[in-house]
Structures are given as C-alpha cells and as structure tokens.
Design a protein around this ligand. Structure first.
Ligand SMILES: C[S@@+](CC[C@H](N)C(=O)[O-])C[C@H]1O[C@@H](n2cnc3c(N)ncnc32)[C@H](O)[C@@H]1O
Length: 192
C-alpha cells in the first residue's frame, strides 16, 4: 500500500549553550539542516509517498525557519501548524519552552479526512512530556483523524501500529506502546 501521510521529527542541530552537554546531542546524533534533507531523501520509503500527500514536520523553536525551508525543499507547501502544549517548562534563553510546533504541509490536492464526529479539532494539543523528544501518542491520533494512511514516520523511535511505517536509527520493533482500554498511556492518566 502506498503512503499518503508522512511525519518527520528531525534531529535538529540543538546543541544547547555552555560547556556541559544540555542539548539534544546528549540523547542522539544531530544533523545539520542540509543533512536532514539528504537523510530524508535516503529513506527507502520516500519514493512510495503518493504525489498527493500530507506532511507533518516537528520543529524546535530555534529551527522554525529551517523547518519551513525543509518543507519547501521536499516539494510540499506549508499550510498551517498545530502546537503541543506540555505540562512543564523546559530550557530556553528568552522563554522557557513549554510547547512544540508541528508544521502541516501538503503536496498535490489531498483533502483532509472528513471529521468522524462533530467536535472541531483544536490546533492546540495538551499532553504530558515523557522521555526526551518523544512525541505524545495523542499527536498520532490527531494526525490519523485529519490525514489518511498508510503513514510513514521518518526519524521515528517506535512503530505506532500496523498502519505506520517507522524509519530511524533507533527503531526497535519490540517496543510496545501500552495503552489502557480507553487508549491512554500510563503517563497520560497520571497527568490527568
Ligand atoms: C527528535 S528524535 C525523534 C523522536 C521520535 N519522534 C519520538 O517520538 O520518540 C530524532 C531521531 O532521529 C535519529 N537520527 C539521527 N540521525 C539519524 C540518521 N542519520 N538516520 C536516521 N535517524 C537518525 C535520532 O537517533 C533520533 O532517534
């Protein structure tokens, strides 16, 4: 089955300030922006993405402009974004970061999914933080509600479901995502 939606969560070159390692490089290897584009193109699934497709790209606040440039370099057109609002503050030189931005872009003319219920879908997703850089499971639910599968995640660390292809250098297929009968993880329950 060909891929209709791609999610990209790049290892932006966030090294942090000062002598001690406080940036993302403490957790995994980072790439320059041109290397990110090259690595995305090197993904063996990239050519299986349909001409009419949706793209979601996570950007750090420092790399917002780079993110928009990468979206364009990949042949997609930026449309809008949603924001993940976290339960606590992280680091930041001017403001302590408590949100992450996910850019939404399209290629061709793929419409968003018809809404399955009458609720509007907010551009603010409220969810707790878990391990460094890990995106909340509810962000995948949001993406599935707006965009059709099959789904490809580039720079993934876990496979969400059989609808998803996970590609990245830390992929471990035995990682399981434990949800309760309502579809919540333990952390989501703890945070309320
Ligand atoms: C921001 S993290 C992704 C986090 C992930 N979305 C999650 O929710 O857990 C970026 C990932 O890209 C991986 N990465 C770095 N360089 C890579 C490369 N050259 N090829 C593939 N993956 C790479 C990192 O090891 C890391 O797992």
């Amino acid at each position: 089955m060909s891929i209709q939606t791609v999610v990209i969560d790049p290892p932006w070159n966030e090294r942090g300030g000062g002598k001690s390692k406080r940036g993302a490089d403490k957790h995994y290897p980072l790439l320059s922006t041109p290397e990110i584009v090259q690595t995305i193109y090197s993904c063996e699934y990239w050519n299986q993405i349909e001409p009419h497709a949706h793209l979601y790209m996570w950007v750090t606040n420092n790399f917002l402009i780079d993110g928009l440039e990468v979206v364009k370099a990949l042949g997609f057109t930026y449309k809008t974004n949603f924001v993940w609002l976290k339960n606590s503050m992280g680091l930041g030189q001017y403001f302590r970061g408590q949100h992450e931005i996910c850019l939404f872009a399209t290629r061709g003319s793929r419409p968003t999914q018809p809404r399955t219920d009458r609720r509007d879908i907010s551009s603010v997703l409220i969810a707790p933080k878990s391990r460094h850089s890990e995106k909340p499971l509810s962000s995948y639910d949001l993406i599935e509600s707006r965009s059709k599968g099959r789904y490809l995640e580039i720079f993934a660390r876990r496979k969400i479901s059989d609808q998803w292809i996970a590609w990245g250098n830390e992929i471990n297929d035995v990682d399981t995502i434990e949800k309760d009968s309502n579809g919540y993880t333990q952390q989501e329950i703890t945070w309320g």
